[in-house]
Ligand binder design. Structure first.
Ligand code: UD1
Length: 440
């Protein structure tokens, strides 16, 4: 398995292009199942999770083709272009082997059921950060007339004729359930109202793409979304929103090293709650013509209190990175995780690097230390892994991070982007196959 070796202590200086958001790209890919015309997605990141979704769609019978990296007139990367055509879907089963490696696979359920009247999708099971049920997805589909049975670890869903519009109130804000039902409702008969819907920029991105495909949706970005079902959708071209979590991760890396970095392609509007906490911690984030500039304005990071919340609150996907940053603050911080029950896997690893953190239930108290120290540590999930990279970039001495395949799920060319800003980071590769796009 690959490892990453980092020698800490060099301030990051330079510019970093921000890729398209993984969490927007995955549902957008699933949306291709809603039409027999071609959906063309640009600004696509090239990541292990994207390849998993491509392989899942390919085994349903979707035809996919992906371009090489594209560049704009100024030489900046515009990501890749992915074309998806679901005119010849011949298999309605999402198998366990693919779903268990990536929970977002469950996003094929709504579109398959809406367009073909049936789907068989493996139950995703738990993951490193919690039990993560999908009851909200299933309950909403049942309200729309689907018959759902759980058989041998699979969800068997079917509907006579079309799904029917319904008035759905989610008990909890769920990104995935909102996305699944948005897609299902786009092709349902009649009007669907989603209350307590997720408002994340990635959910909005999906809704805007569905609109471009001919869906009738109002209330995008609000917690009440109204979808008037249409009999068919068409193809379109759509560009994936930039990755606010990747941008926030690099902002934390710039801040912890006392650097000065321009994050190219990201905008302040989707970074507000994160930018506010950085400002409180003594890190200035300002708009530039190309993106955002991040630099430390205080001598030392200041302690801040953070509570994760659905958007527009502070994202759970930035919690671990912020904790790495706060571990070198001049005073104490309190972090409270309200979205997932087991999202402190990075804490014991950060403690191996001299961080002083105490976890009590869903809260963690971080007492800042003057410096972190390099150590051998283990990546446990995607955001936990990048928090270790951030800590290592500031730590005294050498850090070796094991199990970095987690990073490849969500960070495109991470080492290359950091090296361009002066970081001393290298991948120690084991004899493993490189990432490969297998679809036809
Ligand atoms: C998405 C993101 C993930 C992010 C999370 C929260 C993708 C691919 N992943 O995950 O990176 O951390 O949003 O912002 O976009 N829940 C239920 N029942 C359900 C569904 C969810 O109880 O049917 C609970 C979950 O266990 C969790 C909370 O609701 O406690 C929020 O989960 P959800 O927003 O659904 O997360 P995902 O869509 O899986």
């Amino acid at each position: 398995m690959d490892k990453i070796r980092i020698i800490g202590g060099t301030p990051l200086v330079g510019s970093i292009p921000i890729s398209g958001a993984k969490n927007a790209a995955l549902p957008l890919m699933a949306a291709c199942l809603l039409t027999d015309e071609t959906l063309t997605l640009s600004n696509m990141p090239y990541l292990a999770d994207i390849i998993t979704m491509a392989n899942l769609l390919a085994q349903h019978g979707v035809h996919l083709s992906m371009s090489d990296q594209t560049r704009g007139p100024n030489g900046l990367s515009l990501g890749r272009i992915l074309s998806l055509n679901a005119a010849n879907v011949n298999n309605l089963t999402a198998p366990y082997d693919l779903v268990r490696t990536m929970r977002a696979s469950v996003l094929v359920l709504g579109p398959l059921l809406a367009r073909y009247g049936a789907a068989r999708v493996s139950l995703p099971g738990g993951c490193a950060i919690g039990t993560r049920p999908i009851d909200l997805h299933l309950k909403a589909l049942e309200q729309m007339g689907a018959e759902i049975e759980l058989v041998d670890g699979y969800i068997h869903a079917k509907v006579e004729n079309r799904l029917k519009g319904a008035d759905i109130t989610f008990e909890k804000v769920s990104v995935g359930a909102t996305e699944n039902i948005l897609m299902a409702a786009a092709l349902a008969e009649g009007t669907t109202t989603l209350r307590n819907a997720a408002r994340e920029p990635e959910v909005c991105d999906l809704a805007y793409c569905l609109q471009a495909m001919g869906a009738k949706i109002s209330g995008i970005g609000c917690d009440e979304i109204i979808i008037e079902g249409v009999p068919a959708l068409h193809g379109c071209q759509y560009s994936v929103v930039p990755d606010r979590i990747e941008a926030g991760s690099f902002a934390a890396a710039a801040a912890i090293t006392g650097g000065d970095v321009e994050l190219i392609g990201i905008t302040m509007d989707i970074m507000q709650s994160v930018a506010e906490k950085f400002e409180e911690a003594g890190v200035s984030i300002t708009e530039t013509p190309r993106g955002l500039r991040v630099r430390r304005s205080a001598e030392r990071i200041r302690g801040v209190d953070i509570m994760t919340q659905p958007y527009p609150g502070f994202p759970t996907d930035m919690q671990a990175q912020m904790m790495a940053l706060l571990s070198v603050a001049e005073d104490a911080s309190m972090v409270t995780e309200t979205i997932f029950e087991n999202r402190y896997m990075h804490v014991p690893e950060l403690m191996r690097m001299n961080a002083k953190i105490i976890v009590h239930g869903s809260s963690a108290m971080i007492r800042g230390v003057p410096e972190l120290k390099g150590a051998e540590v283990m990546a446990t999930d995607l955001r936990a892994s990048v928090s270790l990279v951030i800590a290592a970039l500031a730590a005294v001495g050498e850090t070796v991070i094991h199990r970095v395949y987690h990073l490849d799920r969500g960070y495109e060319r991470l080492e290359e982007k950091l090296v361009r800003c002066g970081a001393q980071i290298e991948r120690i590769t084991s004899a493993k196959q490189p990432l490969r796009f297998e679809a036809a």
